[in-house]
Structure formats: structure tokens, C-alpha cells
Design a protein around this ligand. Structure first.
Ligand code: PGA
Length: 285
């Protein structure tokens, strides 16, 4: 009896990740969410954008390393490319993964300044953010190019955080859904397996403005995105795709999204550089 109990406790401890001292990565697609209405693992991404130094990135990662993070939340941090190696090396958390902020759609060659998928894999970086509105607008990346980069990254084994979202003018013209469907359709045209795609709905007017979408507006759009995906990639796949909300998420407002069934996490910019990032990670628990 005592042996049986200690065996059970050893198994529980192993499942909780504390059993053997090894830091084995959890499978990012593992269905371990505790809320039964929600089979999708909650996801919180931190997009550092073009911010940080060796020192500040070290501090952010140390803060995460020294925090007891929930086991049922997948956390992804995306430092600028020059700090990816540092992030991979310094991260000790088994539920934290590193992401690039961009990658190119060619394997290698004369593409000055581009980031190759092979190089990311070589560094041990499993994720890349593609289609961020800042790259769509400032770098003039169009839907077809983003789709091509998405396909290339997926084909080489990376996971993609695919950003979509409407501008203020598009929202005011009531064409939010047309815009996000067009952005998604470009990827649907070239990618049939969406297992390794996380969609981030980020209304451009909410990014960096302090003016987040209301939880119910976000839920509304997320639901329609999922319904659209069901028509183009099938209901089964659409049910499994995580749809994140992004745009002025912070340590205070994140909890307000907690009962929104189609909000499967957040992509966080500014607040991911601050201690409140941990509050966002904890917002569902
Ligand atoms: P923000 O950025 O949280 O600073 O609004 C979000 C993003 O661009 O991903």
C-alpha cells in the first residue's frame, strides 16, 4: 500500500515536471488545459519588437526563470534577432519557447539582412512571428509574401504566429472581417495543414495605443475568424487553431478576457518587456 502510494506520488510529481530534475520541454500542442470547455492550450507571446539590450533581455528571462509559471500555459518570447541565441541559452523554463520576429521565404543565398529559417532551427528557435502589422505597413509586406514566408517556415518545421488585423480606417469602414478573411485566405491558398499555426488577431488601431479592443468585440471577431477557418480548412482543424488577441494587452486588462471562449491567449508587445508580463501569463489561472 505504502509502495503503491509512493509510486502514485512519483508519477504525479513526474507529470508535474518536478520528478527527475531534467528540463524536458512539454509538447507545445499538448492538450493540457484544465478548463474542459477549452481544449486549446492557453498561449501568451511576448513580442519585444526592436527593443532591448543584452542586459535588459537577460533581466526579462531571469524574471521568467525565477517565477513559478503555470504548467498549462505556453509562453513564447520574441526578442530581436541578435538576441535569439542569448534567449535560447538563458531560458530555463520548460513552458517557455523562443520566437523570431521574422524569417524569409528562401533557404539561403544573396538576401542581405534577411533571417533564414535554417539559421533559426540551428539556434533552437521553434517559432517565428509573421505578418505583423508593422511589417505589413512599414516594410510593405503583402498577403502573398507573408503567405509564402509562412509556407516556407512551416515546411522547414518551424511554428508560425500569423498576425492579422484591420486598420482604423478599415474598422470604420466596417470591413474588419473582409480584411482578416483576405489575410487568412492568402495562407489558406498555400497551406493546408494548420497544426503549427497560431493566429494572432491584432487590430492595428489597438497596437501600442493603450486602447485595447473590448473583450466582447475581440470574442466576436475571434468567433468569426474560427467560423471562417472552419469553412476553408475544415471544422476539426479550425477548432484546434489557437486565436490570440493582441493590441495593448496589459497586466490589468488580460483577466477581462478570461471567459471569452475563442480568445486562446495574447500576443503582447510593450507589456512583455515589463514585470506585468507574468500577470498576463497568469491571467487564465
Ligand atoms: P502592444 O503590441 O501590446 O504594445 O500593443 C502588440 C503587438 O504588436 O504584438
Amino acid at each position: 500500500m505504502v509502495r503503491a502510494l509512493s509510486l502514485i506520488s512519483a508519477i504525479q510529481s513526474h507529470l508535474a515536471g518536478g520528478g527527475n530534475g531534467r528540463s524536458e520541454k512539454q509538447n507545445p500542442h499538448q492538450k493540457d488545459h484544465t478548463n474542459s470547455s477549452q481544449a486549446r492550450t492557453f498561449f501568451v507571446g511576448g513580442n519585444f519588437k526592436m527593443n532591448g539590450s543584452k542586459k535588459s533581455i537577460h533581466e526579462i528571462i531571469e524574471r521568467l526563470n525565477n517565477t513559478k509559471l503555470p504548467e498549462n500555459v505556453e509562453v513564447v518570447i520574441a526578442p530581436p534577432a541578435p538576441y535569439l541565441q542569448q534567449a535560447v541559452t538563458e531560458n530555463k523554463q520548460k513552458t517557455v519557447y523562443v520566437s523570431a520576429q521574422n524569417s524569409f521565404d528562401k533557404a539561403s543565398g544573396a538576401y542581405t539582412g534577411e533571417v533564414s529559417v535554417e539559421a533559426l532551427k540551428d539556434l533552437g528557435v521553434p517559432y517565428v512571428i509573421l505578418g505583423h502589422s508593422e511589417r505589413r505597413t512599414i516594410n510593405k509586406e503583402d498577403d502573398a509574401f507573408i503567405a509564402s514566408k509562412t509556407k516556407f517556415a512551416l515546411d522547414q518545421g518551424l511554428k508560425v504566429i500569423l498576425c492579422i488585423g484591420e486598420t482604423l480606417e478599415e474598422k470604420q469602414a466596417n470591413i474588419t472581417l473582409d480584411v482578416v478573411k483576405r489575410q487568412l485566405q492568402a495562407v489558406v491558398d498555400v497551406v493546408s495543414d494548420w497544426t503549427n499555426i497560431v493566429v494572432a488577431y491584432e487590430p492595428v488601431w489597438a497596437i501600442g495605443t493603450g486602447l485595447a479592443a473590448t473583450p466582447s468585440d475581440a470574442q466576436d471577431v475571434h468567433k468569426q475568424i474560427r467560423d471562417f477557418l472552419a469553412t476553408v480548412i475544415g471544422k476539426d482543424q479550425a477548432e484546434k487553431v489557437r486565436i490570440l488577441y493582441g493590441g495593448s494587452v496589459n497586466g490589468k486588462n488580460a483577466v477581462e478576457f478570461r471567459d471569452k471562449a475563442d480568445v486562446d491567449g495574447f500576443l503582447v508587445g510593450g507589456a512583455s518587456l515589463k514585470p506585468e508580463f507574468v500577470d498576463i501569463i497568469n491571467s487564465r489561472n
